[in-house]
Design a protein around this ligand. Structure first.
Ligand SMILES: Nc1ncnc2c1ncn2[C@@H]1O[C@H](COP(=O)(O)OP(=O)(O)OP(=O)(O)O)[C@@H](O)[C@H]1O
Ligand SMILES: [Mg+2]
Length: 447
């Protein structure tokens, strides 16, 4: 098993050698000491500690500690010192645990083992979040909602969003902590089998029920049950699902006994359940019961700044040989950014996959990506827009969208450098930030 790495930011002193002695008396820890603030970032990057122990009576600035936190968000920080009780809030917030010098000897090991558990858990969650590619504010908000759902320890989550936006990836990230996910596509179960699929059945419950069978709720006990396409559950079955959610127990078909189950329900749909519950095609009470933690997964056209990174990600994923990296010209990338992707990320993923299979040479062309003429014709050509029937307000919005797409494409051409992009426009960097903000693009998220 890999050892837990602990970095001490402190000079060598009696407390530190004591802590190192305590750690070395137990297996499984590796320690390192860094006494100089100027070397801390390098030491942190190379050693990549799970836990950093900071001597607060020494000169390690808040900004240095913030930098370290940003390098590895899963790392945990323990501070110790003489005056921990009187630290300003801005400083105490940096730490996950603070110990006075007196408490250090008594509580160090307990705190370290708790921090280790937290760090393992966070690494697991971060690994799942990494699969959700993107740096746009919308993706950051999605990460926050996923954390909320995990922290809620079992509250029901309703994921809504168009087809292909990544709802299942979100459900997997929520389940990453318990590592136990059972998925069911509700639209694929026929109405008469629904109850026994979900809640199981007793022996002899109906013709063909030769043995007792556990349902999906029981199979997911202690973990997450992902109810995909929850909007397609027949009305009669919605009442039964609601009862199971409210009571936290199920009754297998043909059985007189109920069973307690502890399951976090994560439901997903591309219907607008609020509207459907108002129309009466989906039960209102079930909608409220599911919608405890609502998560909206944005469409790809709402976060076009993520397109270049997603394209690179899928090129990596589908490149046929590890050392062969298909190229993509700036013009092609611009066209991909202009296109609206009605099938969202799944459409983009399939398009890149197909293009890699179809390509000749080592360049992905727009014809490889959109082999069907009708799709190619949907890629807006800047020069040939038809203005008939377009009002001025709409024109202004289109103009902003065009400029956003243009800036995103240019930043990609400049390898993600805002500075170089601004220079290529003959602007200073702050001016480009300001211009982008005026047209609704947050450049801070793009590097
Ligand atoms: N942010 C993302 N980063 C990388 N891959 C993604 C991302 N979002 C979605 N994908 C990929 O796109 C495909 C579609 O995602 P997913 O199946 O989660 O969508 P969905 O919202 O459940 O779609 P549907 O409503 O059709 O079931 C998957 O292959 C998934 O891995
Ligand atoms: Mg899905």
């Amino acid at each position: 098993m890999a050892k837990t790495r602990i970095l001490f930011l402190s000079e060598e002193n009696e407390s530190i050698s004591f802590l190192e002695d305590v750690l070395s008396s137990v297996n499984g820890y590796e320690t390192r000491l860094c006494a100089e603030a100027e070397k801390a970032v390098d030491a942190f990057r190379h050693f990549s500690p799970e836990i950093t122990v900071v001597n607060l009576d020494r000169d390690f600035s808040d900004s240095l500690l913030h930098t370290l936190r940003d390098i590895s968000p899963a790392a945990r920080f323990l501070g110790f010192g003489i005056h921990v009780a009187n630290l300003p809030k801005s400083r105490s917030e940096i730490f996950n645990t603070l110990l006075s010098r007196d408490a250090l000897r008594l509580r160090f090991m307990t705190e370290v083992s708790m921090l280790k558990q937290q760090s393992d858990l966070l690494s697991q969650i971060n690994a799942a979040l990494k699969k959700i590619v993107g740096k746009s504010p919308q993706v950051k908000a999605l990460y926050d909602s996923i954390f909320k759902a995990i922290r809620s320890k079992g509250a029901t989550v309703l994921i809504q969003g168009e087809s292909g936006v990544g709802k299942e990836l979100v459900a997997k990230a929520i389940a990453s902590v318990s590592n136990h996910l059972i998925s069911v596509n509700c639209s694929a179960i026929s109405e008469n089998l629904f109850e026994s699929e979900l809640f199981g059945h007793a022996r002899g419950a109906f013709t063909g029920a030769i043995t007792e069978r556990k349902g999906l709720f029981e199979a997911a006990n202690g973990g997450v049950l992902y109810l995909d396409e929850v909007g397609d559950i027949p009305l009669a079955m919605q009442a039964k699902l609601l009862r199971a959610l409210q009571e936290g127990e199920i009754r297998p078909v043909g059985s007189s006994e109920t069973k307690k189950v502890k399951v976090q329900i994560v439901a997903a749909t591309n219907h607008d359940l609020q509207k459907e519950s108002e129309k009466g095609t989906f039960r209102k009470d079930l909608f409220y019961r599911l919608n405890v933690i609502p998560i909206y997964v944005p469409t790809l056209r709402e976060r076009k700044e993520d397109i270049p990174e997603l394209v690179e990600h899928f090129i990596q994923e589908f490149a046929l040989f590890p050392d062969f990296k298909p190229e993509i010209s700036p013009e092609t990338m611009q066209a991909l950014i202009r296109y609206d992707w009605p099938g969202n990320i799944r459409e983009l993923e399939n398009a890149i996959h197909r293009a890699i299979v179809l390509m000749n040479g080592n360049e992905l062309t727009i014809e490889n990506i959109f082999p069907a003429k009708e799709n190619l014709s949907k890629v807006p050509q800047v020069a040939h827009r038809d203005w008939t029937g377009i009002h001025y307000a709409e024109f202004q919005e289109l103009q902003k969208q065009e400029e956003r797409d243009y800036i995103i494409a240019k930043i990609h051409e400049n390898d993600g450098s805002i500075k170089k992009t601004a220079e290529s426009f003959g602007m200073q960097r702050p001016a480009l930030y300001a211009r982008a903000a005026r047209i609704g693009l947050d450049l801070k998220t793009l590097h």
